[in-house]
Design a protein around this ligand. Structure first.
Ligand code: FES
Length: 106
C-alpha cells in the first residue's frame, strides 16, 4: 500500500474495540485506544486466527491471539509472547475527524 486509504469511520470502532478491514486484499486489524488507532496484519503469523477476535489490552498496547495466546505489540507488530515468532505487519494510521485511514507499512 503506497497511499493512505480510508478504511473505516471512528464511530464504527468504539473506544477499546477492534475491527477487521480488508485493504488491497490484505486483512488488517484496527485497535482503538481513545483517540488513537493502531493497525497490524489481522491474521496471526503463527497459524490461522484473527487477532481482532483476541483479547485487546489498550493499557499494554497489546493483543493476545485467540488460538494459542501469542501476544503482539500493536504499535510495532513485534511478538511479545510465543508461540508466534514472526512479527505482524504494522501500518501507519491517520485519524482525521471521523475518518480512519491506513497507509504504508512502518
Ligand atoms: S494462531 Fe496465533 S498463536 Fe497460534
Amino acid at each position: 500500500m503506497r497511499d493512505f486509504k480510508e478504511v473505516a469511520h471512528l464511530d464504527e470502532v468504539p473506544d477499546g474495540a477492534t475491527k477487521q478491514v480488508a485493504v488491497d486484499g490484505e486483512l488488517i486489524g484496527l485497535f482503538r485506544d481513545g483517540d488513537d488507532v493502531y493497525a497490524i496484519g489481522d491474521v496471526c503469523t503463527h497459524q490461522e486466527a484473527y487477532l481482532t477476535e483476541g483479547e485487546w489490552e489498550p493499557d499494554e498496547l497489546e493483543v493476545e491471539c485467540p488460538l494459542h495466546g501469542s501476544r503482539f505489540d500493536v504499535e510495532t507488530g513485534s511478538v511479545r509472547i510465543l508461540p508466534a515468532t514472526k512479527p505482524a505487519r504494522s501500518y501507519q494510521v491517520r485519524v482525521e475527524g471521523n475518518s480512519i485511514s491506513v497507509g504504508p507499512r512502518k
